[in-house]
Design a protein around this ligand. Structure first.
Ligand code: ADP
Ligand code: MG
Length: 259
């Protein structure tokens, strides 16, 4: 676990009234399965929200609805005051505003590391090639893989690939970054190198939603922990409160199994 201590800000919390992502009474079904039930969730600018809960509770689906990889049946989602676009160029722009990092790194295998980080910039943001390359190299340096720029993803370790995936998402200047179990597919010795990059991002003020089982990260980086079970948000609290004094039996039971 990372030992780096994190300073959120002087008050230990984010400024109030600056809502970036708002889910209002969101419901979603997969057939008969009510996978998201009456989800109300507000993420403020600069806030780091860690989502935890048992497997199958709807954490990935929640993330995927926020950048519209999944549609919702009812309720609303707004990003920076605007409802999620349905399709076309607006949707592509939304996906650029909402960076997503998956468990499986999802890099383009037939493109170099550098090309992976340039592609969205030139295609979606219409950045010219020289500027895109300069930015890509700076971001690759920032996540500690600057010397790997000309390699192909398969030539990198899992931890390096995941850091490239983070750099690729950051290249779009996202308003919010979603991480869905970003370290779950990694060998143990590579977990910290990815968590350290995420810690740094949090310190730099990035708005982040992080689904993870890394409770050390949740304790040190999160402003808030959201606990889900059976498609519902059961409990939301500051990390200390949540880990030391969970209110619900479901959370107590979950924590007793993982801590
Ligand atoms: P978590 O990420 O918390 O493990 P998921 O959001 O992946 O949970 O899944 C929640 C539930 O929805 C699970 O029961 C899962 O099997 C189901 N599910 C997820 N995606 C689909 C899908 N595309 N079609 C049908 N069921 C799905
Ligand atoms: Mg999941």
């Amino acid at each position: 676990m990372s030992e780096v201590s994190v300073t959120k800000n002087a008050e230990g919390s984010t400024p109030a009234g600056d809502q970036l992502v708002v889910l209002d009474n969101v419901n979603k079904h997969f057939g008969a399965l009510h996978v998201l039930q009456d989800i109300d969730l507000t993420i403020n600018r600069g806030e780091v929200v860690v989502v935890i809960g048992p497997s199958g509770s709807g954490k990935s689906t929640l993330c995927r609805t926020i950048n519209r990889l999944e549609t919702i049946d009812s309720g609303s989602i707004t990003i920076d005051g605007k409802p999620l676009p349905q399709e076309g160029r607006e949707l592509a722009r939304l996906r650029a505003d909402v960076g997503m990092v998956f468990q499986s790194f999802n890099l383009f295998a037939h493109k170099t590391v550098l090309e992976n980080v340039m592609l969205g910039q030139t295609k979606v943001r219409k950045t010219d090639k020289a500027a895109a390359e300069q930015k890509a190299r700076a971001l690759l340096d920032r996540v500690g893989v600057g010397t790997q720029a000309d390699k192909y993803p398969a030539q990198l370790s899992g931890g390096q690939q995941q850091r490239v995936a983070i750099a690729r998402a950051l290249a779009m200047d996202p308003k919010v970054m979603l991480f869905d179990e970003p370290t779950s597919a990694l060998d143990p010795e590579m977990i910290n190198e990815v968590l350290d990059v995420m810690q740094q991002l949090a310190r730099d003020g990035m708005t982040m939603v992080v689904v993870t089982h890394e409770m050390g990260f949740a304790r040190s980086a999160a402003n808030r922990v959201v606990f889900m079970a059976d498609g519902r948000i059961i409990e939301e609290a500051e990390p200390n409160q949540f880990f030391n004094n969970p209110r619900s039996d479901r959370a107590k039971d979950f924590l007793s199994k993982i801590l």
